[in-house]
Structures are given as C-alpha cells and as structure tokens.
Ligand binder design. Structure first.
Ligand code: NAD
Length: 462
C-alpha cells in the first residue's frame, strides 16, 4: 500500500467515523468539524528531514547517500519507528511507513507516536567498517531530532542490533553525560536490549493468525451468526476437517519471515506444514513441507536460502528451487508476507491461491488488491495489526531502560501476547459483527478513533 493509498484510507475511515456516535468526548454537532480537523492533521506529516551522508568506500570512492528521518505524529507519545537500509528507500516510502507506525502504536494503545527512518543503500554492498561509518553518520545528521523522550528509532529491513549498537555509541559521543539507554530500541542484550526482541515480530505475526484460528475454533465463536459469510465459509473450509493439513507459504526469510515460518513449522494445535519459503533470489518449495529449523541453521551462516542442489545438500533440506516471486502464487492455504512493500497488486491479485494472507511486512498488499481479496472471501490480516510484536517489545525495552527490571525471553513474549490479545479481540469482534469493508479498514477505524480522542483532549481540534 503506497503513501497515497494510506492517506486515502485514512480519509475514508475518518468520514466513516464522523458518522458514528461518541467519536470524541464532544457534542454531536461539533463532531463533524472535529473529525474533519483531525483528518487534516493525520493526513499530513509533522516533520520530514532529508540529508546526505558522505562516506568513503573501498570500491566506489566517496559517496553521498540520501538519508531520511520522518516524524508523522506524536499525539499518542514520543515518535517511534525503525530505520531501514535498502536501495529502494525514498521519501514517500519512509513517510508512508511513519504514518503506519502512528496507526499501529495507537491500535495497540502504546505510548508512542509514529516515525520512520531510512538510508538509500543496499547494505550487502558495503563492508562492516563502512556500515559502521554510515550508521554513526546517520546519528550525527539527525541528532537534534532523536532522543529517549523525543524520537526513538529501532531496527527494520536491512538493519539489526549491531546497527543499533553503533548508533547508540554515536549518540553517547554526541550527548556526553546524558541518559542514552532509552534512545534506541533493538539494541543487543549486552548493550541494554531486551531478550527476545529479534524473534518478537515473527512470533507476533504468527500469533495474529493463530489467535484468529483458535478463537474461531472455540464453539462460542462458531455459533455466532456470521455477518461475513464469505470469510466465515473460508474458515469453515480450512479448519473444520480435523485431519486437513494447512499449507503455509512465507515470503521473506529474514528476522520476521524465518521466525514466522518456524512458528508455523512447530505449531501444534492444528496441522500446519510450510510448503514454501522465499528470499530476494529464490523460492524453495516442497509439497510435503520444508524443514524450517534446518533452513534457519543454514541461513545463520550463509545469510541467503540455498539456491541449488549443492547448497540444499549442505543444508540437508529437500526442495524444488523456483524463482523468488513464485512464492506469491504457489498452491497454499495461508501466505505470510514478510519481505517488502507492493508484492500483491492489481497485476497479480487474481493469481493468489492462499485464502488467508498475513502482512508481517509493512504495506505488501495494495489497497485495490486488499479490496479485491476481501470480496473473494479471503482474510487479510493487515500490517498494523500483524507485525506490531516488534514495537510492543521495543516498548518493553524502553520501559526496561527506566527501571532495574530485566525481562527473560519468555516473559518478553508473554507480555507481548498479553498486549496484543485485547486488540485482536476488539478488532476481530468489530470485523465479524459488521459488514463494513475490510479488516484493514476496521483496524484503521479502531486506531483513528483513539487518535481523534487524544487530539480532542489535547485541544487540537476546532
Ligand atoms: P530482513 O532484512 O531481516 O529480511 C528481509 C527478507 O526479505 C530477506 O529474506 C530478503 O532476502 C527478503 N527480500 C528482500 N527484498 C525482497 C524482494 N524484493 N522479494 C522477496 N524477498 C525479498 O528484514 P525484516 O526485519 O525481516 O523485515 C521484513 C519486513 O517486516 C519489512 O517490511 C519490515 O518493515 C517489516 N517489519 C519488521 C519488523 C522487525 O522487527 N524487524 C517489525 C515490523 C515490521
């Protein structure tokens, strides 16, 4: 979903909210004005900073690389959002991701607003020394806009705890004597990070799906008269036969995708097998299922998935090697998207065979494709609900920086689930009991309702 589509959906959801009762604690006659004023605020972005990072490289000499920090809105708390290193980073992409952060944080009632950062590089083309230099220069450039009580970055696509540790190091140098532990999240555990952060988004993404299945399987939910017949029928077809195996495909095998695939591989309540996984260059497919643990062991040292018979033998995995994009249209029941944006769009939406789609990545499905899939009876679990595990655990890390408490990995993931489940309950309840639009639209309205209320309480609406 691109920037203009996100803004379009905010507009539609706000128009819908404006016709509902009790949107903010205002009288009914003022509500339309307040909603219109809130719409303008949330469709625009507080601050966009673009700069160039000058770096001396071994292969290409001196480069000036575009870098961004974009702060969308902080009505619900300090700006918060990851920093990505990708050759596709551009201003519109970063702004879109910043808006999605505002909506995600509000949906989960976290005390954060939305921001995002990015550097336009393919990190695989740079040495470790160069990446260290780029990471530290990013902090130098954006220092006035960052800080533990202002804007708190985290890792994202192409970045990891090492990137964040370098950034924290530079932050300390720039601000001697100041508190720095809460300035970034996603740090290594040795550097004040929280245990279990790396796995959090993948675990949370799978939970957004497994919770729906568990909830649906509970007798009480099944007895509810369904207002969404096509989606109800989809769940019936997939999960009513006890012996039926659910075939799962996962696009992306990085932080999010590999852990999501592993969760599906080990899921015990319903029979799941992961028939396909992919990364930027390959899809691996086997109709009897892939051994995800072995693939994780292989990628831990080789970074990418095996691409030929020799590499598959080294990984001790049996699979057919297909082109990277094959994962999207493969014969599967459930498709987790955990790579990059704009993967399911008008040109391929009719070719998707999965009936449940889950956005571990940000914005992988266009608005048009989302509407189309909904009308076909598919269930699309949107990014702002599915992939919030990372920011929820970032919140625990930030809280941990203010106290002496140290979370174990189990406690981290338990707290994350505790924070996610009330939102699942509220959103799925609203979705299945209405006939209004998509699950994404439902998430937007739940999130926006809270933002409008906060804007009203802060006296920002006229
Ligand atoms: P990562 O860099 O660890 O892994 C990305 C994976 O996607 C790799 O396997 C890569 O080969 C693959 N990939 C890259 N480009 C591709 C392409 N064009 N086609 C197919 N595959 C491609 O990144 P990550 O941290 O796993 O993030 C993945 C997505 O999840 C991103 O959209 C990110 O914004 C989102 N996300 C991440 C987190 C987090 O905590 N890491 C939190 C929320 C959302």
């Amino acid at each position: 979903m691109e920037l203009k589509e996100t803004k379009q959906l905010i507009e539609t959801a706000m128009d819908h909210l404006s016709s509902q009762s009790n949107v903010c604690s205002s009288s009914e006659e003022n509500q339309a004005n307040y909603c219109s004023s809130a719409k303008e605020i949330l469709k625009t972005t507080d601050k966009i900073v673009k700069s160039y990072i000058r770096v001396s490289t071994e292969k290409e000499g001196i480069l000036r690389i575009p870098a961004y920090r974009i702060q969308h809105n902080n009505i619900s708390g300090y700006y918060k959002g990851g920093i990505r290193f990708s050759e596709y980073v551009n201003e519109k992409e970063v702004e879109n991701l910043a808006i999605l952060m505002t909506l995600k944080n509000s949906l989960y009632r976290l005390p954060f607003g939305g921001a995002k950062g990015g550097i336009s590089i393919d990190p695989r083309k740079f040495s470790e020394k160069e990446l260290n230099q780029i990471s530290r220069k990013y902090v130098q450039r954006f220092a006035p806009d960052l800080g533990p009580s202002h804007d708190i970055p985290a890792p994202d696509l192409g970045t990891n705890e090492q990137t964040i540790d370098w950034m924290v190091g530079e932050y300390k140098t720039i601000h001697p004597g100041k508190s720095y532990h809460g300035s970034f999240t996603g740090k290594s555990v040795a550097n004040g990070g929280v245990r279990g952060r790396r796995e959090a988004t993948g675990i949370g993404t799978f939970l957004s799906y497994s919770w729906l299945i568990d909830d649906w399987l509970s007798e009480q939910r099944k007895q509810n008269a369904p207002n969404r017949t096509p989606q109800w029928q989809t769940l019936n077809r997939l999960f009513n036969e006890e012996e039926k195996e659910i075939r799962v495909a996962v696009q992306g095998f990085g932080n999010v995708g590999s852990i999501t695939a592993q969760q599906a591989f080990h899921y015990e309540k319903t029979r799941h097998k992961v028939v396909a996984v992919s990364d930027r260059s390959t899809t691996l497919y086997h109709p009897n299922g892939l051994d995800i643990d072995k693939l994780i062991t292989y990628t831990a040292t080789h970074h990418d998935l095996p691409t030929n018979l020799e590499e598959l033998a080294e990984a001790r995995v049996e699979a057919h090697v297909l082109p990277a994009e094959a994962v999207l249209t493969i014969d599967a029941d459930v498709l987790f998207l955990a790579a990059v944006e704009d993967q399911i769009v008008a040109s391929n939406m009719a070719d998707i065979s999965a009936k449940v789609l889950v956005e571990g990545a940000n914005a992988p499905i266009s608005l048009e494709a989302d509407d189309y899939l909904e009308k076909q009876g598919n269930i699309v679990i949107p990014d702002i609900m599915a992939n919030a595990g990372g920011v929820i655990v970032s919140y625990l890390e930030w809280k941990q920086s203010l106290t002496e408490e140290r979370y174990s990995k189990e406690k981290t993931h338990h707290e994350m689930a505790e924070q996610m489940i009330p939102t699942f309950e509220a959103v799925y309840q609203a979705y299945f009991s209405s006939t209004e639009k998509t699950l994404r639209f439902t998430c937007f309205t739940v999130s926006l309702r809270r933002l409008v209320d906060l804007l009203y309480r802060h006296g920002k609406l006229y």
